[in-house]
Design a protein around this ligand. Sequence first.
Ligand code: NAI
Length: 505
Amino acid sequence: MTALSVSNAVAVIGAGTMGAGIVQVAATAGHSVYLFDTSEAAIDRGITQIEEFLKKSVVKGRLEESQCTAILARIHRCNKLEDLAPAKLVIEAIVENIDVKRSVFGELENILSEDAILTSNTSSISITEIAAQLKRPERMVGMHFFNPAPIMKLVEVIHGLVTDRQVADIVFDTAVAWGKKAVHAKSTPGFIVNRVARPFYSEALRILQEGGADIPTIDSCIKESGGFRMGPFELMDLIGNDINFSVTKSVYNAYFQEPRYRPSLIQQEQVAAGRFGRKSGQGYYDYRAGAINPEPNTADTVKAPKSITQIGENPLLLPLTELAKTAGITVKLEIVENLSGFRIDDTLILLTDGTTASEMTGFLGKPVIVFDLALDYRAASRIALAKGDQVSDKNLEIAVGFFQTLGKKVSVIDDCPALIVMRIVSMLANEGGDAVYQGVTSPEGVDIAMVNGVNYPKGPMAWAEEIGLEHIEMVLSALESFYGEDRYRTSPLIRRAVTAGKSII
Ligand code: NAI
């Protein structure tokens, strides 16, 4: 452990949303913190925000009054950069502009001691580029906190091209000593979280654009089946559609128009209309007083089956079989190669492998209903289903009745490939796979980042292993062949692991 000693002072530049939170984290960990901002009003607001947060913690019994006083006493207001001279670690959280950041770091190098570490909280600017004109570029590291910094656990430690590994290790260990989960990442557009998370939004937008399902249904399936805390549309409305759209455009362009990151026309329209989300009162949902938002599509209750045949022995589906038995349904077993699901008379109810129900019905010559992935089929309260275009409503009703008997709400959606949760999770795993394959971070780094930076219920790499890498590869190949688009090409990491029968975690 090479964390910065608490006897070393820390400086934070920028007292806005992020800066104030970072000051609080460092001061709470025991450091003297020097806070500088060009705006005195911003320092006032930042310190008031910290005071309010800490006082609430005292009221809730999480902090002693004396600790609160001591933390606040460790924070020093500064009105010029020179006041930051004692600091051994500087965290810059000012406006997202390369020229302004470069000029601040250039000045800082003349003020601080030679062994000081320079870090930037930038979300989107290359650390290599910020460091390029410095005298000591090897001492420059990205220290990317998430909003709100005192609450979100993740810190991405970003290595520029010439960052000294030992310096990055000190930043990493210091973040850990401050109670954070740290991950190392190479300076590449979006780093880990803002890159790997792209499909969460873009695939949801794509399903919406193609009429696969409506907004509340997509959000409800992602939460109630996928176990995510928020649906993609709710989250975009919370982040702000303007911000989310600009991050997407920046990552898309930074990767030279990589099709996987292509922004959505739907989101562009939202932004053009000023529908930024919660902050503007309207986005994908209506937040104005008295507004009534549409409900997810939920099928009416229909008759339960008396007996079913389980097809294949996919361990993911065992909870469904157990729930069926508990519900008094007789369960038989039938092994059919490459199929996972259930059969009721001649109706096949299959876990999606990316092939549409219409295509499956064509291949198998029997009516097929496909169902979506759940994080945990026992806990899931909703399941999305789709029937083949040539399949009758009577067959669909049989599948709806089956899931309803197991205590699930059912959303019948259009026959879009890989449905909702499976499609998004497969694409998250694929993006994580590419980040690992390209040496940006480790598989563990992806999972730690997504669980701690954006509260995913499970890391996409571990989740892909649980679903089965072969299954993920099938889903991605099916999407690629359905759309004929490079966007869905399988990451070489996943392809090689499947070929070699190896794990990716
Ligand atoms: P903000 O706009 O809330 O605060 C920026 C502060 O920097 C303002 O108080 C401003 O007066 C001050 N400032 C501007 N130029 C300055 C200079 N030359 N010297 C000293 N102070 C200066 O911005 P926010 O959201 O806190 O973002 C700051 C940085 O953190 C950006 O690089 C952003 O990309 C990054 N970031 C933002 C996140 C967010 O959710 N807001 C999340 C993670 C990173």
